[in-house]
Write a protein that binds this ligand. Structure first.
Ligand code: NAD
Length: 497
């Protein structure tokens, strides 16, 4: 509950029983090699627990178990109404453990407890419940075939899916993958990010308790380059669903081509434009512009990192945004008032600090932040930071920083704003702020991204698809459209005598 104080959360953390073993065929096991690696709390660098370091030999056992279950059909062919009940029970169990799970996610990722409790955990619950509820309400198709024929078009599970996810929203991204993959009857092998495996390991046990058969969900923590690659090149895995960086996404496409052409769906990076016209509600737009970049410390694929402002309001608007940025100074994630926590680790902090240097060298003007703070904590906390006088060709405008760094650009016509917004290798998300319905719609339609907000940022829920254009990916999470990534269409053509 949010009425808990920082001391309450700290004492709950001290008595938390943390599971770090892999989850294979319905039980927790160590890696066959016995190897493990430590996972740390980004808030202070303290070791949380040792986590199984799975390797290809563990993957073999997991794939075999997942395949056997799929072939037996005890999950794939279970009546949809029964699969639904398993997922709904799973969602209920997660909800029952919301406080513990929110705490675990906060400790593992360095996310503010208010976010994990109010957003990450409820989002996972809703995703799993919604996908479960949907699955016994979806009909297949009959084609308009000639009268002496009957043609059935059915959606069948792919088989064994590998889901590989990043560290920035471990629980909610995991739910976005697992819910539709399991609802459609697949067996799934989940590889969490090396540094944030704990919430996935926690909810795997709850899935078993809810009645998910052994082998339907395997959770293998381990390194991307060995374990992840092994899954992506495996000849007995039928599909990959991935969220992560664009360079790794490109490798996964290659691995698919080099192995068995497994279906490969990717949710990748972004450099999203947030366009503000002079006639917008500027107070609201400024507040959301700060949220768009500083939420989750900017470690968000959809972060609105390019703030594209109409030239004539630049100074006025920048002042509003700077005032809002001051509310985002980082703090202890277990303090319920903290809005922004630390960077996930030292490497990510150094990437962010490096880009602050790049911005300065490129001639942009640092008007807020730019420094490490709270270094005595042992965590890597970075101030919310704003560059103005940015040109869209600068590296800080083109490259994904994945930290709390905003680039402010200006435009003088709607066409110029759209051209600038689209001048990016990415196409994940964006927003436009204007009280003129024509301007807002025209600009929203012209920006080539998977999700566009009008007078909001981060809008959307489980009912709408989420994914990228261009090098932001090809798959779609959420909504009924997500089911496409986990199923094959099968035609059965019947002729009557
Ligand atoms: P990453 O690509 O480094 O890692 C993602 C996952 O891939 C991890 O589990 C990692 O272990 C694994 N991996 C790494 N190398 C691999 C390989 N060669 N073969 C197989 N698996 C491998 O990404 P990250 O740093 O963990 O996360 C940040 C990135 O994720 C950012 O680019 C961000 O934009 C992106 N992201 C995208 C979305 C989206 O929905 N579009 C959402 C969140 C994050």
């Amino acid at each position: 509950m949010l009425d808990k104080t920082v001391t309450d959360w700290q004492s709950a953390a001290a008595s938390l029983d943390i599971e770090g073993r892999a989850f294979i065929n319905g039980r927790y096991v160590d890696a066959l090699s016995g190897h493990s690696q430590q996972t740390h709390n980004p808030a202070n660098g303290a070791v949380l627990t040792a986590v199984a370091k799975c390797a290809p030999e563990d993957a073999e056992i997991a794939v075999r178990g997942a395949r056997e279950l799929f072939e037996r059909g005890s999950w794939a062919n279970m009546p949809p109404a029964d699969r639904k009940m398993v997922l709904v029970r799973w969602a209920e169990l997660i909800e029952k453990h919301a406080d513990e799970l929110a705490l675990l996610e906060s400790l593992d990722v360095g996310k503010p407890i208010s976010d994990t409790l109010n957003s990450d955990v409820p989002s996972a619950v809703r995703t799993i419940r919604w996908s479960g509820e949907a699955i016994d309400k979806i009909y297949d198709e009959i084609s308009p075939a000639p009268a002496d024929c009957l043609a059935l078009i059915q959606r069948l599970p792919l088989g064994v899916i590998a889901a590989i996810v990043p560290w920035n929203f471990p629980l909610s991204t995991t739910a976005w993958k697992l819910a539709p993959a399991l609802a459609t009857g697949n067996s799934v092998i989940l590889k969490p990010a090396t540094n944030t495996p704990l919430s996935a390991l926690f909810i795997a046990r709850l899935a078993s308790e809810a009645g998910l058969p052994d082998g339907a969900l395997q959770v293998l923590p381990g390194p991307g380059r060995s374990l992840g690659k092994c899954l992506a090149t495996h000849m007995d895995i039928d599909g990959i669903t991935f969220t992560g960086s664009t360079p790794v996404g490109k490798m996964l496409m290659e691995y698919s081509g080099q192995s068995n052409l497994k279906r490969t769906f990717l949710e990748l990076g972004g450099k999203s434009p947030n366009i503000v016209f002079a006639d917008a509600n500027l107070a609201k737009a400024a507040s959301m512009a700060a949220i768009a970049v500083f939420y989750n410390g900017g470690q968000t694929c959809t972060a609105g990192t390019r703030l594209i402002v109409e030239e004539k309001i630049r100074d006025e608007f920048l002042e509003l945004v700077i005032n809002k940025a001051a509310d985002w100074m980082p703090g202890d994630p277990l303090n319920p008032n903290t809005r922004m926590g630390p960077m996930i680790d030292r490497a990510q902090f150094e990437t962010v600090a490096g880009y602050v240097e790049v911005g300065r060298d490129e001639g942009a003007e640092l008007v807020f932040g730019g420094k490490r703070v709270l270094s005595e904590s042992g965590g890597y906390y970075h101030e919310p930071s704003i560059f103005s006088s940015v040109d869209n060709q600068m590296r800080i405008s083109q490259e994904e920083i994945f930290g709390p760094v905003m680039s402010v650009l200006t435009f003088s016509s709607a066409d110029e704003a759209v051209q600038m917004a689209n001048d990016s290798i990415y196409g994940l998300a964006g927003a436009v702020w204007s009280n003129n319905i024509n301007t807002a719609h025209k600009v929203a339609a012209a920006v080539r991204v998977g999700t566009m907000g009008i007078n909001n940022y981060f809008g959307g829920d489980i009912t709408v698809p989420f994914g990228g254009f261009k090098q932001s990916g090809n798959g779609r999470d959420k909504s009924l459209h997500a089911l496409n990534d986990y199923t094959e269409l099968k035609t059965t053509w019947i002729e009557f005598e």
